[in-house]
Design a protein around this ligand. Structure first.
Ligand code: F6R
Length: 614
């Protein structure tokens, strides 16, 4: 996700930038850097690790500068390292940039620039931007026009800050799909990815909208569209206090991250969907996945993970078996590692871990590698131990997840696994080109559908306000929905401490139904029309024994009328992809129950974000 900042004024730019970056460390913390104009030159200082390492690095330097740009990184392309840290500069060090976002067409742009003799210093997608600006700038020495021409070549998302030695009075910034706020001071102006970085200096801001450019001078800020036409907009006044600002105005990181899921899914999916000249989605692309060939001959996929990531693995089991007709075994990593598992060298082994540091998952990975298996990791953390030890890595591009309860990491894990299952189906010939195209087009609609659900969050909030005192909550579902049931029950118990369990709906009558009485809430996840009748009967069974029943479903036909107390409607979606939708109301329900019960959902008792001990 990354954080960028910029400053033009009379103060010590280094200090202003470092202080501002401190307020953005929640956006990324694997490396940091600044570029300031010192005298006539651009001076860059950057290094791997948290901001404090950068501070230590420059502690004994006297840097005289009153303008510059800065960056705190959450790696997406290229591991955390000094070279991959921002700012990035052109070859002669006269232009420097910071970037938050993902340049989707960077590989083609990079190849083109390399053919023209450009030498790259990093593995980042960002570096292409500065070399493109440099190339354009050489044409007419007009930095503003050079930036504009460059923007038109970029595909993807970006918030950019650009510093050019020949233009020592200004910083140029631009935004497309990544946030950027301009802070308006007196005799000084600022940019930042988010408001907390500005509050120490000003509360008057321009929120840059899509495809807007701002040029910051010491005494004024000019705004333009991407064609270079001047635009006029009214500044906003920020009322939030610092705590609210850090959470983007949300009261907790958990609800912020739930609401970030449309963007997280878009970021994770978009670079991976290949389109033909007519914009038709045709294939899936995994930059770091070199094992296409194994998918054809493999007879089995083995998935291991813990907690929420394990539940993503269960969704994957249904997806791989349905789309690619491969047998899948999913295991809890702590069980897998101790049971002398039977593995075959042709098995494809997948580990899933948000943090990439979970000790049990890591041990499972090592065991599989020792047995000679190829390991694919799905992780959110570039440079994590899991990402370094696996043979192939598919990154979820969810940005840092701060709340202990995983939300956006889960949906992006499921998304990567669905993409992988589609790819496998294509390679194995179990999906036709038309099937692939249809599934991918439907996937592209998912972020919009999550947004539709999020617009209805008050309905869930109200339902939570009536149910938060229930003694026990049971989630039931069949097939893909049974995975959502497991994840929903985990979410609820984690943050609200309500006793919650999940069952495959068909299992109810084999035991769990003995627990049902009027103190129970049963949440049924019902997304598969051919199973509506079956799960409908389960609802009747529990309702007639006194339970309150909620169903989460895309049904429009009235299939559950009279069988439930509440219906929460989600948008229509094929059952193969629906797990990306059914979990959203359940996450919201967990969050609002925690709030109703007076608990801080960001810091559930007894839990840690990363479990690095057994
Ligand atoms: C639940 C949760 C945990 C993690 C589990 C694995 O909300 O976050 O269950 O999913 O500890 O963590 P990672 O994915 O980092 O390996």
């Amino acid at each position: 996700m990354c954080g960028i900042v910029g400053y033009v004024g009379n103060k010590n730019a280094t200090q202003v930038l470092i202080n501002a970056l401190k307020k953005l460390e929640y956006r990324g913390y694997d490396s940091a850097g600044i570029a300031v104009l010192e005298g006539e030159d651009i001076l860059v200082r950057k290094c791997k690790g948290a901001l404090k390492f950068l501070e230590e690095k420059i502690a004994n330097e006297t840097i005289k500068s009153s303008m510059g740009i800065g960056h705190t990184r959450w790696a997406t392309h290229g591991e955390p390292s000094d070279e991959n840290s921002h700012p990035h500069t052109n070859m002669d060090g006269t232009i420097s940039i910071v970037h938050n976002g993902i340049i989707e067409n960077y590989a083609a742009l990079k190849a083109d620039l390399q053919n023209q003799g450009v030498v790259f210093k990093s593995q980042t997608d960002t570096e292409v931007i500065v070399h493109l600006i440099d190339k354009e700038y050489k044409q007419d020495k007009d930095i503003f026009q050079a930036v504009i021409r460059t923007l038109h070549k970029l595909e993807g998302s970006y918030a950019l800050g650009v510093l050019c030695k020949d233009y020592p009075d200004r910083i140029i910034c631009a935004r497309k799909e990544s946030p950027l706020v301009v802070g308006l001071g007196k005799g000084e102006n600022f940019i930042a990815s988010d408001v907390p970085a500005l509050l120490e200096h000003t509360r008057d801001v321009y929120y840059l909208d899509e495809k807007e450019i701002a040029v910051l001078y010491i005494d004024h800020v000019s705004l333009f569209d991407f064609e270079g036409n001047k635009i006029v907009k009214q500044p906003s006044h920020v009322e939030w206090d610092m705590d609210a600002a850090e959470k983007g105005g949300y009261p907790h990181f958990m609800i912020k991250e739930i609401n970030e899921q449309p963007k997280a899914c878009k970021d994770t999916m978009r670079p991976r969907i290949i389109k033909d000249g007519n914009g038709k989605a045709t294939d899936v692309y995994f930059e770091e996945n070199s094992i296409d060939v194994s998918w054809k001959k493999t007879k089995r996929v083995v998935i291991t993970a813990c907690g929420t990531a394990y539940h993503a693995g269960i969704v994957a089991k249904y997806a791989f078996e349905k789309l690619a007709r491969i047998k899948v075994d999913v295991d809890v990593a702590s069980e897998f590692r101790y049971r002398d598992p039977i593995l075959d060298k042709d098995d494809i082994f997948i580990v899933i871990s948000q943090s990439g540091e979970t000790v049990d998952t890591l041990s499972a990975l090592r065991l599989a590698k020792k047995e000679g298996l190829k390991v694919i990791a799905i992780t959110n953390c570039v440079g994590s131990t899991v990402s370094r030890e696996a043979d192939d890595v598919i990154y979820t591009l969810a940005g840092p997840e701060i709340a202990v309860a995983s939300t956006k990491a889960y949906t992006t894990q499921v998304l990567c696994l669905l993409l992988l299952a589609i790819k496998a189906g294509k390679l194995r010939g179990t999906l036709s080109e038309e099937d692939v195209s249809k599934l991918l087009s439907e996937l592209e609609e998912i972020p919009g559908k999550i947004e539709e659900i999020l617009k209805e969050q008050e309905v869930i909030q109200k339902f939570a306000s009536m149910q938060f005192n229930k003694e026990k909550v049971f989630f039931i579902g069949r097939q893909f929905d049974s995975a959502t049931a497991l994840e929903s029950a985990l979410k609820l118990k984690e943050v609200s401490y309500m006793h919650s369990e999940a069952f495959a709906a068909g299992e109810l009558k084999h035991g769990p139904i003995a627990l049902i009485d009027d103190k129970a809430l049963v949440v049924a996840i019902a997304s598969e029309p051919k199973l509506y009748e079956k799960i409908g009967s389960n609802m009747v069974e529990v309702k007639s024994r006194g339970a309150t029943v909620l169903v989460i479903t895309p049904d429009n036909s009235g299939a559950f009328d009279g069988k439930t107390d509440e219906i929460f409607k989600i948008p229509e979606c094929s059952s193969t992809l629906v797990s990306l939708l059914t979990i959203i109301p359940a996450q919201l329900f967990a969050y609002y129950c925690a709030i109703q019960r007076g608990f801080d959902p960001d810091k559930p008792r007894n839990l840690a974000k990363s479990v690095t001990v057994e």
